[in-house]
Design a protein around this ligand. Structure first.
Ligand code: ZN
Length: 289
């Protein structure tokens, strides 16, 4: 297991830029990251769109940045009138990820159609959503493979099933990988976020089952008690109850040597100065991950 306290160059730390999305635009966030010695980022599509893809591509290149992922594609469940939109939007996400040199596109697959694609005819048929997700991933995979952008399925906490993800556990996500890509031909795997899987009694055996080839991204933050919002109530590592180090040891035992991507989506941390958030994040990366 890597000793992050000795990672003076922050080689394995990635800033998921959603962590400081409220403080500034993406280009300013990247400048701040540089001030703190952070050279790996994982930006969100809306943050890229707000300043322009070309400017971000240039800032990545000129600033010597690399990406640990790109957030995010998915949101597949939709009614028939929105199917083309879903396909085209996901292909654009793949194209953007390729332009940015992202090692994977994180997939938040969607829940019920009226929340995944507003304007869709409302439905409560979550089994249908799961079927649409499987079809959507299978179809996008060919396009993503041609663009050399692996798809990283991110199972989300079941509290988020209606709005964001009918994919709720690592077992379910790996079953989907096996169904779509039984030969393990590459280009399809998992984004494992400790916030979403820490409670799962099967998470350790399922990490073992995953294998290094399907372990594409590792996201960290913490689970506060009590949690007041599953959407924007995440804690900084060390402030909650997740056994981050145990989970990291398990994925590194597979051979995973990618970044520890900090994704603290939090009203509390969004209200603090950008440099303060990054300072605390670097310290906690070294001491609490
Ligand atoms: Zn995540």
């Amino acid at each position: 297991m890597r000793d992050l306290s000795a990672d003076t160059d922050l080689r394995y730390l990635s800033l998921n830029t959603g962590t400081v999305r409220a403080q500034d635009d993406l280009l300013s966030i990247m400048e701040a990251a540089q001030r703190h010695g952070i050279s790996v980022i994982s930006p969100w599509r809306d943050q890229v769109a707000a300043v322009g893809l070309d400017r971000v591509v240039a800032a990545v290149r000129d600033g010597g940045f690399s990406l640990s992922g790109y957030c995010r594609g998915g949101l597949f469940p939709a009614d028939a009138a929105h199917r083309d939109e879903v396909r085209d939007d996901n292909r654009r996400a793949v194209d953007e990820a390729a332009a940015l040199g992202a090692p994977c596109l994180v997939m938040v697959v969607g829940g019920l159609p009226q929340f995944s694609r507003p304007g869709s005819t409302p439905s409560t048929d979550i089994a249908l959503s799961r079927a649409q997700v499987a079809d959507g991933i299978a179809e996008l995979l060919d396009y993503a493979r041609a663009a050399n952008v692996p798809l990283a399925l991110e199972p989300l906490h079941p509290m988020m099933a209606p709005e964001r993800s009918c994919l709720c556990t690592l077992r379910q996500a790996l079953d989907l990988c096996d169904a779509i890509d039984p030969e393990r031909s590459g280009g399809l795997g998992i984004a494992l976020d400790v916030y979403h899987v820490w409670w799962d009694f099967e998470v350790m055996p399922q990490i073992e089952r995953m294998g290094a080839d399907r372990m594409l991204a590792f996201h960290v933050c913490d689970w506060l008690v009590p949690t007041t919002s599953v959407l924007s109530g995440r804690g900084m590592m060390g402030d909650g109850i997740i056994e981050i180090r145990k989970l990291r040891a398990a994925v590194e035992a597979l051979g995973f040597d990618g970044a520890c991507e900090v994704e603290v989506l939090s009203d509390d941390w969004w209200a603090r100065p950008l440099d303060e958030v990054l300072s605390v994040m670097v310290e906690r990366y070294r001491t609490a991950c």
